[in-house]
Design a protein around this ligand. Structure first.
Ligand code: B1M
Length: 213
Protein backbone atom coordinates (compact mmCIF):
# COMPACT_ATOMS: atom_id res chain seq x y z
CA UNK A 1 0.00 0.00 0.00
CA UNK A 2 1.11 3.57 -0.61
CA UNK A 3 1.59 5.86 2.40
CA UNK A 4 -1.74 7.58 1.68
CA UNK A 5 -3.57 4.24 1.48
CA UNK A 6 -1.95 3.07 4.71
CA UNK A 7 -3.05 6.25 6.50
CA UNK A 8 -6.64 5.78 5.34
CA UNK A 9 -6.56 2.13 6.34
CA UNK A 10 -5.52 2.88 9.96
CA UNK A 11 -8.81 4.79 10.25
CA UNK A 12 -10.87 2.16 8.41
CA UNK A 13 -9.34 -0.75 10.36
CA UNK A 14 -9.34 1.14 13.66
CA UNK A 15 -5.74 0.21 14.37
CA UNK A 16 -2.87 2.37 15.62
CA UNK A 17 -0.01 -0.05 14.94
CA UNK A 18 2.47 1.85 12.79
CA UNK A 19 0.29 4.97 12.74
CA UNK A 20 2.67 7.49 14.34
CA UNK A 21 5.73 6.63 12.17
CA UNK A 22 3.53 6.87 9.06
CA UNK A 23 2.10 10.22 10.20
CA UNK A 24 5.67 11.48 10.65
CA UNK A 25 6.53 10.20 7.19
CA UNK A 26 3.51 12.01 5.73
CA UNK A 27 4.69 15.26 7.35
CA UNK A 28 7.75 15.19 5.09
CA UNK A 29 5.37 15.55 2.15
CA UNK A 30 2.27 17.32 3.45
CA UNK A 31 1.22 19.99 5.92
CA UNK A 32 -0.55 18.55 9.00
CA UNK A 33 -3.98 19.76 7.87
CA UNK A 34 -3.45 18.22 4.42
CA UNK A 35 -2.85 14.86 6.10
CA UNK A 36 -6.13 15.24 8.01
CA UNK A 37 -8.21 16.54 5.10
CA UNK A 38 -6.67 14.09 2.63
CA UNK A 39 -5.97 10.45 3.56
CA UNK A 40 -7.43 10.49 7.08
CA UNK A 41 -10.74 12.04 5.95
CA UNK A 42 -10.82 9.60 3.03
CA UNK A 43 -10.60 6.81 5.62
CA UNK A 44 -13.41 8.37 7.65
CA UNK A 45 -15.65 8.66 4.58
CA UNK A 46 -15.07 4.98 3.91
CA UNK A 47 -15.99 4.21 7.54
CA UNK A 48 -19.20 6.20 7.05
CA UNK A 49 -19.97 4.27 3.87
CA UNK A 50 -19.32 0.86 5.46
CA UNK A 51 -21.34 1.81 8.53
CA UNK A 52 -24.20 2.93 6.32
CA UNK A 53 -24.11 -0.48 4.58
CA UNK A 54 -24.17 -2.27 7.94
CA UNK A 55 -20.68 -3.57 7.30
CA UNK A 56 -19.37 -1.96 10.50
CA UNK A 57 -20.89 -1.78 13.98
CA UNK A 58 -20.81 1.24 16.30
CA UNK A 59 -17.98 -0.26 18.41
CA UNK A 60 -15.83 -0.46 15.27
CA UNK A 61 -16.67 3.10 14.25
CA UNK A 62 -15.62 4.19 17.74
CA UNK A 63 -12.22 2.58 17.19
CA UNK A 64 -11.91 4.46 13.91
CA UNK A 65 -12.81 7.66 15.74
CA UNK A 66 -10.07 6.89 18.28
CA UNK A 67 -7.50 6.57 15.48
CA UNK A 68 -8.67 9.87 13.99
CA UNK A 69 -8.45 11.59 17.38
CA UNK A 70 -4.95 10.22 18.10
CA UNK A 71 -3.82 11.34 14.65
CA UNK A 72 -5.16 14.84 15.11
CA UNK A 73 -3.57 15.04 18.59
CA UNK A 74 -0.22 13.95 17.16
CA UNK A 75 -0.39 16.32 14.19
CA UNK A 76 -1.49 19.32 16.25
CA UNK A 77 2.02 20.00 17.58
CA UNK A 78 3.27 20.48 14.00
CA UNK A 79 0.56 22.94 12.98
CA UNK A 80 1.49 26.53 12.33
CA UNK A 81 0.63 28.79 15.20
CA UNK A 82 -0.23 32.38 14.58
CA UNK A 83 0.83 34.23 17.71
CA UNK A 84 -1.35 37.26 17.17
CA UNK A 85 -3.25 39.21 19.78
CA UNK A 86 -6.55 37.62 20.76
CA UNK A 87 -8.98 38.26 17.89
CA UNK A 88 -12.09 37.16 19.71
CA UNK A 89 -13.73 34.66 21.99
CA UNK A 90 -15.92 31.86 20.63
CA UNK A 91 -18.14 29.37 22.43
CA UNK A 92 -18.10 25.99 20.73
CA UNK A 93 -20.54 23.10 21.18
CA UNK A 94 -21.97 20.01 19.56
CA UNK A 95 -25.73 20.45 19.77
CA UNK A 96 -28.11 18.59 22.07
CA UNK A 97 -28.59 14.92 21.16
CA UNK A 98 -25.39 14.65 19.11
CA UNK A 99 -22.14 13.05 20.30
CA UNK A 100 -19.95 13.64 17.22
CA UNK A 101 -17.03 15.84 18.22
CA UNK A 102 -14.02 15.17 15.99
CA UNK A 103 -14.92 17.98 13.56
CA UNK A 104 -15.75 20.39 16.37
CA UNK A 105 -12.45 19.67 18.10
CA UNK A 106 -10.63 20.26 14.82
CA UNK A 107 -12.35 23.63 14.57
CA UNK A 108 -11.15 24.39 18.11
CA UNK A 109 -7.55 23.55 17.18
CA UNK A 110 -7.57 25.66 14.01
CA UNK A 111 -9.22 28.66 15.63
CA UNK A 112 -7.13 28.60 18.79
CA UNK A 113 -3.94 28.31 16.73
CA UNK A 114 -5.02 31.45 14.91
CA UNK A 115 -5.72 33.93 17.66
CA UNK A 116 -9.13 32.91 19.00
CA UNK A 117 -9.93 32.08 22.56
CA UNK A 118 -12.18 29.03 22.49
CA UNK A 119 -14.51 27.84 25.21
CA UNK A 120 -15.38 24.27 24.20
CA UNK A 121 -18.56 23.13 25.94
CA UNK A 122 -18.32 19.58 24.60
CA UNK A 123 -21.09 17.38 23.20
CA UNK A 124 -24.89 17.12 23.62
CA UNK A 125 -25.06 20.73 24.72
CA UNK A 126 -28.64 21.95 25.32
CA UNK A 127 -29.59 25.58 24.60
CA UNK A 128 -29.88 26.37 28.33
CA UNK A 129 -26.23 25.45 28.85
CA UNK A 130 -25.19 27.68 25.95
CA UNK A 131 -27.22 30.58 27.33
CA UNK A 132 -25.61 30.15 30.76
CA UNK A 133 -22.14 29.94 29.24
CA UNK A 134 -22.82 33.01 27.08
CA UNK A 135 -23.69 35.05 30.17
CA UNK A 136 -20.53 33.92 31.94
CA UNK A 137 -18.09 34.14 29.03
CA UNK A 138 -19.48 37.00 26.91
CA UNK A 139 -18.18 35.52 23.63
CA UNK A 140 -18.09 37.35 20.28
CA UNK A 141 -19.64 34.39 18.45
CA UNK A 142 -21.12 30.95 19.06
CA UNK A 143 -20.12 27.89 17.05
CA UNK A 144 -22.48 24.93 16.71
CA UNK A 145 -21.54 21.56 15.30
CA UNK A 146 -23.83 18.67 14.38
CA UNK A 147 -23.58 15.59 12.18
CA UNK A 148 -26.99 14.00 12.47
CA UNK A 149 -29.89 15.05 10.26
CA UNK A 150 -31.89 15.80 13.42
CA UNK A 151 -29.07 18.11 14.57
CA UNK A 152 -29.95 20.59 11.82
CA UNK A 153 -33.40 20.92 13.44
CA UNK A 154 -31.75 21.18 16.86
CA UNK A 155 -29.63 24.07 15.58
CA UNK A 156 -32.77 25.96 14.59
CA UNK A 157 -34.22 25.43 18.07
CA UNK A 158 -30.93 26.45 19.66
CA UNK A 159 -30.61 29.62 17.57
CA UNK A 160 -34.20 30.58 18.40
CA UNK A 161 -33.67 29.94 22.12
CA UNK A 162 -30.51 32.06 22.08
CA UNK A 163 -32.40 34.85 20.36
CA UNK A 164 -35.28 34.61 22.84
CA UNK A 165 -32.71 34.95 25.62
CA UNK A 166 -31.59 38.24 24.06
CA UNK A 167 -28.36 36.85 22.59
CA UNK A 168 -27.56 38.29 19.19
CA UNK A 169 -23.93 37.39 18.46
CA UNK A 170 -23.23 35.68 15.10
CA UNK A 171 -23.70 31.91 15.04
CA UNK A 172 -21.28 29.78 13.09
CA UNK A 173 -22.67 26.37 12.08
CA UNK A 174 -20.96 23.34 10.60
CA UNK A 175 -21.09 19.57 10.32
CA UNK A 176 -21.89 16.92 7.77
CA UNK A 177 -25.68 17.24 8.08
CA UNK A 178 -25.70 20.83 6.86
CA UNK A 179 -25.18 22.64 3.60
CA UNK A 180 -24.67 26.25 2.70
CA UNK A 181 -28.43 26.55 2.18
CA UNK A 182 -28.67 26.30 5.95
CA UNK A 183 -28.36 30.00 6.60
CA UNK A 184 -30.46 32.94 7.60
CA UNK A 185 -33.27 32.17 5.18
CA UNK A 186 -33.58 28.54 6.03
CA UNK A 187 -32.92 28.49 9.72
CA UNK A 188 -36.51 29.57 10.30
CA UNK A 189 -38.80 32.22 8.82
CA UNK A 190 -38.86 34.32 12.01
CA UNK A 191 -35.16 34.03 12.80
CA UNK A 192 -33.35 37.20 11.79
CA UNK A 193 -29.98 36.72 13.48
CA UNK A 194 -26.73 36.16 11.63
CA UNK A 195 -26.04 32.48 10.93
CA UNK A 196 -23.02 31.50 8.86
CA UNK A 197 -22.26 28.05 7.49
CA UNK A 198 -18.68 26.73 7.38
CA UNK A 199 -17.96 23.68 5.25
CA UNK A 200 -14.79 22.79 7.15
CA UNK A 201 -12.49 24.07 9.88
CA UNK A 202 -10.48 26.37 7.58
CA UNK A 203 -13.70 27.86 6.21
CA UNK A 204 -14.70 28.41 9.85
CA UNK A 205 -11.47 30.33 10.40
CA UNK A 206 -12.06 32.47 7.29
CA UNK A 207 -15.55 33.34 8.49
CA UNK A 208 -14.34 34.13 12.01
CA UNK A 209 -11.66 36.39 10.52
CA UNK A 210 -14.25 38.22 8.41
CA UNK A 211 -16.39 38.72 11.50
CA UNK A 212 -13.52 40.02 13.61
CA UNK A 213 -12.39 42.55 11.01
CO1 B1M B 1 -21.91 8.50 13.69
N1 B1M B 1 -23.09 8.92 12.18
N2 B1M B 1 -23.42 7.88 14.72
N3 B1M B 1 -20.59 8.02 15.01
N4 B1M B 1 -20.58 8.85 12.40
C1 B1M B 1 -22.50 9.60 11.04
C2 B1M B 1 -22.60 11.11 11.16
C3 B1M B 1 -23.38 9.02 9.84
C4 B1M B 1 -23.48 9.93 8.62
C5 B1M B 1 -22.81 7.64 9.45
C6 B1M B 1 -23.64 6.92 8.40
O1 B1M B 1 -24.64 6.38 8.66
N5 B1M B 1 -23.17 6.92 7.18
C7 B1M B 1 -24.73 8.80 10.55
C8 B1M B 1 -25.72 9.99 10.52
C9 B1M B 1 -26.94 9.69 9.68
C10 B1M B 1 -27.95 10.76 9.76
O2 B1M B 1 -28.24 11.42 10.70
N6 B1M B 1 -28.57 10.89 8.63
C11 B1M B 1 -24.29 8.47 11.96
C12 B1M B 1 -25.09 7.77 12.91
C13 B1M B 1 -26.40 7.23 12.40
C14 B1M B 1 -24.67 7.56 14.24
C15 B1M B 1 -25.49 6.89 15.39
C16 B1M B 1 -26.97 7.23 15.45
C17 B1M B 1 -25.26 5.38 15.27
C18 B1M B 1 -25.99 4.53 16.28
O3 B1M B 1 -25.81 4.65 17.46
N7 B1M B 1 -26.82 3.69 15.75
C19 B1M B 1 -24.72 7.41 16.62
C20 B1M B 1 -25.27 8.78 17.06
C21 B1M B 1 -25.15 9.04 18.50
C22 B1M B 1 -25.57 10.46 18.80
O4 B1M B 1 -24.96 11.41 18.32
N8 B1M B 1 -26.60 10.61 19.59
C23 B1M B 1 -23.35 7.58 16.06
C24 B1M B 1 -22.19 7.45 16.80
C25 B1M B 1 -20.90 7.58 16.28
C26 B1M B 1 -19.63 7.25 17.06
C27 B1M B 1 -19.73 7.60 18.55
C28 B1M B 1 -19.36 5.76 16.92
C29 B1M B 1 -18.55 8.05 16.24
C30 B1M B 1 -18.30 9.47 16.78
C31 B1M B 1 -17.12 9.58 17.69
C32 B1M B 1 -16.81 11.01 18.03
O5 B1M B 1 -17.09 11.95 17.33
N9 B1M B 1 -16.20 11.15 19.18
C33 B1M B 1 -19.25 8.19 14.88
C34 B1M B 1 -18.55 8.54 13.67
C35 B1M B 1 -17.05 8.58 13.76
C36 B1M B 1 -19.24 8.82 12.46
C37 B1M B 1 -18.65 9.09 11.04
C38 B1M B 1 -18.22 7.73 10.49
C39 B1M B 1 -17.48 10.05 10.94
C40 B1M B 1 -17.67 11.42 11.58
C41 B1M B 1 -16.34 12.16 11.72
O6 B1M B 1 -15.76 12.20 12.79
N10 B1M B 1 -15.79 12.69 10.61
C42 B1M B 1 -19.90 9.71 10.30
C43 B1M B 1 -19.93 9.45 8.81
C44 B1M B 1 -19.29 10.56 8.01
O7 B1M B 1 -19.30 11.73 8.39
N11 B1M B 1 -18.75 10.20 6.89
C45 B1M B 1 -21.03 9.29 11.15
C46 B1M B 1 -14.52 13.38 10.59
C47 B1M B 1 -14.69 14.86 11.01
C48 B1M B 1 -13.35 15.58 10.96
O8 B1M B 1 -15.57 15.44 10.07
O9 B1M B 1 -17.28 16.02 11.86
O10 B1M B 1 -17.83 16.25 9.38
P1 B1M B 1 -16.85 16.31 10.48
O11 B1M B 1 -16.26 17.78 10.53
C49 B1M B 1 -15.85 18.48 9.39
C50 B1M B 1 -16.92 19.40 8.81
O12 B1M B 1 -18.22 18.87 8.91
C51 B1M B 1 -16.70 20.70 9.52
O13 B1M B 1 -15.29 20.72 9.76
C52 B1M B 1 -14.75 19.40 9.80
C53 B1M B 1 -13.60 19.26 8.83
O14 B1M B 1 -12.68 20.30 8.90
N12 B1M B 1 -17.36 20.99 10.79
C54 B1M B 1 -17.48 22.28 11.22
C55 B1M B 1 -17.89 20.20 11.73
N13 B1M B 1 -18.35 20.90 12.75
C56 B1M B 1 -18.12 22.20 12.47
C57 B1M B 1 -18.42 23.36 13.19
C58 B1M B 1 -18.05 24.59 12.63
C59 B1M B 1 -17.40 24.65 11.40
C60 B1M B 1 -17.11 23.51 10.68
O15 B1M B 1 -18.28 25.77 13.23
C61 B1M B 1 -18.84 25.79 14.52
Amino acid sequence: LSLEERLASYVVEGTKEGLIPDLDLALQKYAPLEVINGPLMAGMSEVGRLFNNNELIVAEVLQSAEVMKSSVTHLEQFMEKNETAVKGKILLATVKGDVHDIGKNLVEIILSNNGYQIVNLGIKVPPEQLIEAYRKEKPDAIGLSGLLVKSAQQMIITAQDLKNAGIDVPILVGGAALTRKFTKNRISPEYDGLVLYAKDAMDGLDIANQLSN
